[in-house]
Design a protein. Structure first.
Ligand code: C2E
Ligand code: MG
Ligand code: MG
Length: 693
């Protein structure tokens, strides 16, 4: 055995000193092993030591199958080797997994040679290249592939790979629902052949964009699929190395719908579905840009429902809302498709008429709008009438900017209201002057009380039969250094609008009661002081207490105070008005219905609120001597009042004839210029002495 071994070793050493082995010795990256016919190691280079873990000493003389062959293939290796030796069947080079000294797997690409040495024995040389990293890289690639597959599977998006001219190279789709055509019809085809041209064009444009940029591009498009119009977002990124484009397509129909909904809510009125203020103003701006470009005339109509607040207050908000919806429908019905109706808020609407043509057309449009409101509205079996007031401003005549036109249309609408409502009015520059005056009045009025610019005048009231003075009506006067004398007809509505009527009204009550106290003390006689109350004053929760305190302060019995209210106060039907009137009544203060005949002249109000006095409006009195109808009306009013237990006072008596006719008709009290104009307090004191002795 020993000699045999020595002999073998010798043979090998001989061979191992040749230049080829010297080359193997210097290569560390490749493992080279030599085996004799019994598969014992006769050569083991450093590359083998590194790859398999055995040193040259450890390996020398060991059998191949005991060193690096895993158990399951041992037999196979032995047989293959013997087949090569004996039958000359070569062992082909192959990928194979061998075993490291520590038992771990070693992946190699193994090539083998067999040759016969000069001693006529065969030697097999194995040259193994480490494949661990390659295998790892391969495994990584496979893993990535699997991962991508699961990603494609899990993501509902569509993935396409295209080349620069839009030819679809590859795709991934977890479901085919959003594919316009099936994959076999588009792979290898150009986009332009499988999707609508306009969309294909979008793709082309964006591919071009992408080529110029490093970052991703995205765009949106619609496709009509069997399940409906579907909205997509395409994101593209560039595989510049391969001259290809990755496209990820996402179905954003749902997001689109919610965005649409949000947009709708932001731009459309919830109740009427009309464009809201923001959108309407935007359309106005657009219309003006167009009109300017094409030198067209356009119109802005400001539409306001007449007395809508009263309807809302008396019938409730639900009916009010239903009416607003019906009213908005009627506005729309009157217009062309291209015109816009928008809701500015409350009962205010805007109508935009583009490319108006002749002004004559506008008259027809305005008439038509009014006409559409002539039919009653029916709600819950109720028939209701609504009217509208329209203000018109024209581009470019009445303004060139949206804000100017809107303001001027609003001013014209205000004018239409003043003209008695249910009509339209075209803006004129004079209206602007009127509007400016309104603003001036408002501004000046804010500090008029502090500057002591108000003064209360008193218009005497008389008993017709006895020709005695029974009291006076307190009427407010305002002198302002800038505006001069401003009539209450002008400033009272503005004061109501701004709420300034509350402190101003308190001033009148305080002044009037203070004067009454002085008047009664001086003449040792009892008078009645009439004071006008505006609807707005009832909303002031301090009103009743204020009156009570003023009465106490001036030591006036409540019966000497008479509060004049108009039907407008009652129209709103609100409970706080009823409560306030009941409290006033309970205090013993008298209540007069002012301006009777100008409003609805509702007898039911007279009953419901137990008035003490009815004041016939001067517009009826002025006609009684000439106009039989007026005379009959006044006669009937007096009779009705008396039957309800109310006393009657006629306002605006200007002639002797009127006075005597009223006497004949049974009217017990009068006031008017024929007897006396409203007077400052000192003049009234003087004036009243002649009636008192
Ligand atoms: P009103 O309460 O109906 O007052 C009667 C108006 O008729 C007064 O106008 C008075 O000067 C006027 N007048 C009286 N006799 C005649 C006449 O024979 N011929 C003509 N043409 N007019 C006559 P005035 O003072 O301009 O007040 C207008 C309205 O302003 C009042 O109508 C009243 O509604 C309101 N007003 C006046 N002062 C006050 C106030 O202190 N508070 C409130 N809330 N309203 C007031
Ligand atoms: Mg009055
Ligand atoms: Mg009156």
């Amino acid at each position: 055995m020993t000699s045999n071994k020595a002999e073998n070793t010798l043979k090998h050493q001989y061979i191992l000193n040749d230049p080829l082995h010297q080359l193997f010795d210097s290569i560390k990256a490749i493992s080279v092993q030599g085996y004799d016919e019994e598969r014992r190691v006769i050569y083991w280079n450093e590359g083998s030591e590194i790859l398999y873990g055995y040193t040259q000493e450890e390996a020398s003389g060991q059998k191949l199958e005991d060193l690096i062959i895993p158990d399951p293939v041992k037999e196979f290796v032995i047989t293959s080797h013997s087949d090569w030796l004996n039958k000359d069947i070569e062992i082909p080079a192959s990928d194979i997994t061998l075993r490291h000294k520590d038992g771990s797997d070693v992946s190699v690409f193994s090539s083998h040679v067999m040759f016969t040495n000069q001693f006529n024995t065969k030697q097999m040389y194995c040259i193994d290249v480490d494949l661990t990293e390659v295998k790892q890289a391969q495994a990584q690639v496979i893993f990535k592939e699997h991962m991508l597959e699961s990603i494609f599977e899990a993501i509902p998006d569509l993935f396409f790979l295209m080349d620069y001219n839009g030819t679809i190279v590859d795709y991934h789709a977890s479901n085919l629902k959003n594919l316009l055509v099936s994959p076999e019809h588009f792979v290898g085809k150009n986009m332009a052949d499988v999707i609508p041209l306009n969309v294909a064009k979008e793709f082309k444009v964006n591919i071009e964009k992408l080529k110029q940029k490093t970052e991703m591009v995205s765009f949106e498009y619609d496709l009509t699929l069997p399940h409906g119009v579907t909205h997509f977002e395409a994101r593209m990124s560039h595989l510049s190395k391969y001259n290809q484009v990755v496209v990820i397509i996402r179905d954003i129909t749902e997001q689109h719908k919610s965005a649409e909904l949000i947009r709708h809510q932001a731009y459309f009125d919830n109740l009427t579905s009309l464009p809201n203020r923001a959108l309407a103003l935007d359309r106005l701006s657009q219309m003006l840009i167009e009109a300017k470009r094409n030198s067209e005339t356009s119109a802005v109509l400001f539409v306001d429902i007449d007395d809508f607040k009263k309807v809302n207050d008396s019938l409730g908000h639900e009916i009010g809302d239903t009416l607003l919806v019906q009213a908005s429908n009627r506005l729309q019905q009157s217009l062309r498709e291209q015109d816009t109706v928008g809701r500015l808020g409350g009962d205010e609407f805007i109508v935009l008429i583009s490319d108006l043509g002749s002004h004559q057309n506008l008259l027809a449009i305005a008439e038509n709008l009014l006409k559409n409101f002539r039919k009653p509205f029916s709600i819950d079996d109720k028939q209701l009438m609504l009217t509208i007031s329209i203000g018109v401003a024209l581009y470019p005549d009445d303004g060139e900017s949206p804000s100017d036109l809107l303001r001027n249309a609003d001013t014209a609408m205000y004018q239409a209201k003043n003209m008695g409502r249910n009509t339209y009015s075209f803006f004129t520059p004079e209206m602007n002057i009127m509007m400016q005056r309104r603003l001036q009045i408002e501004e000046q009025m804010r500090s008029a009380l502090e500057r002591h610019e108000f003064e209360v005048f008193y218009q005497p009231q008389f008993d017709v039969k006895n020709k005695t003075m029974i009291g006076a009506e307190a009427l407010l006067r305002w002198h302002n250094p800038n505006l001069g004398h401003v009539s209450p007809e002008e400033f009272i509505p503005i004061a109501e609008h701004t709420g300034l009527i509350v402190p101003i009204g308190q001033f009148v009550i305080a002044q009037a009661l203070n004067f009454l106290s002085k008047w009664q003390d001086t003449q040792q006689h009892t008078y009645t002081m009439s004071v006008n109350l505006s609807p707005r004053q009832f909303r002031d929760i301090g009103l009743i207490d204020f009156i009570k305190e003023a009465l106490v302060k001036e030591r006036i019995t409540p019966e000497s105070l008479e509060l004049e209210i108009t039907e407008g106060v009652l129209m709103t039907g609100q409970s706080y008005i009823y409560d306030a009137l009941a409290q006033i009544k309970a205090l013993g203060i008298k209540i007069a219905m002012d301006d009777f005949g100008t409003g609805y002249s509702s007898i039911s109000y007279l009953r419901q609120y137990s008035f003490d006095v009815l004041k016939i409006d001067r517009s009826f009195i002025s006609g009684i001597t000439e106009n039989k109808a007026d005379c009959d009306l006044v006669k009937a009013t007096i009779a009705m009042s008396h039957s309800l237990g109310l006393s009657v006072i006629a306002e605006g008596v200007e002639t002797k004839q009127q006075l005597s006719l009223l006497d004949d008709l049974g009217c017990e009290f009068v006031q008017g210029f024929y007897l006396s104009k409203p007077l400052p307090k000192n003049q009234l004191l003087d004036f009243s002495t002649q009636f008192y002795s």
